[in-house]
Design a protein around this ligand. Structure first.
Ligand code: HEM
Length: 129
């Protein structure tokens, strides 16, 4: 039998759509994060995060087809990401993860997602303040 990917196990495209939609609703209202985004329309940024996460967790590889190698630390260089930005980003992401119901995302999968986001947000920091 073929192995199911994490992406499939947590509900596929619909789950990642809801996750990133809720995340960007929070970003839009966050006074630390919102000014960092160069575009008035957050839609394209939402789509890039969604494609990246889908690919990371074993879903479609649309992100790399469109954007090439992720090089996420490099792509964040234009933005100062210190502890305040990291905390704001994680606050939004924790709300987004909490918006996915327990039937779709069981405890183990939820834990894996939270752990990854915390690790990734820490690794994205490029400023001590
Ligand atoms: C892009 C902020 C962490 C994934 C961006 C952009 C900003 C930003 C301002 C540009 C928006 C755009 O795409 O046009 C931050 C801040 C973070 C953070 C303040 C705080 C820690 C993360 C983490 C991930 C991530 C942890 C992955 C798990 C992405 C992706 C893009 C992006 C995939 C689009 C890259 C591309 O151009 O293809 N981020 N980010 N970010 N961020 Fe973050």
């Amino acid at each position: 039998a073929t192995q199911r990917t994490f992406y499939e196990e947590v509900g596929g495209a619909e789950t990642f759509r809801k996750l990133t939609a809720t995340f960007y609703e929070e970003v839009a209202a966050d006074e630390v994060l919102r000014p960092l985004y160069p575009e008035e329309d957050l839609g394209p940024a939402e789509r890039r995060l969604r494609m990246f996460l889908e690919q990371y967790w074993g879903g479609p590889r649309t992100y790399s087809d469109e954007r090439g190698h992720p090089r996420l630390r490099m792509r964040h260089h234009p933005f100062r990401v210190g502890p305040i930005e990291r905390d704001a980003w994680l606050r939004c992401m924790h709300i987004a993860i909490a918006s996915i119901d327990a039937e779709t995302l069981d405890d183990a999968h939820r834990r894996a997602l939270v752990d990854y986001m915390e690790m990734a947000a820490n690794s994205m920091m490029n400023s001590p303040v």
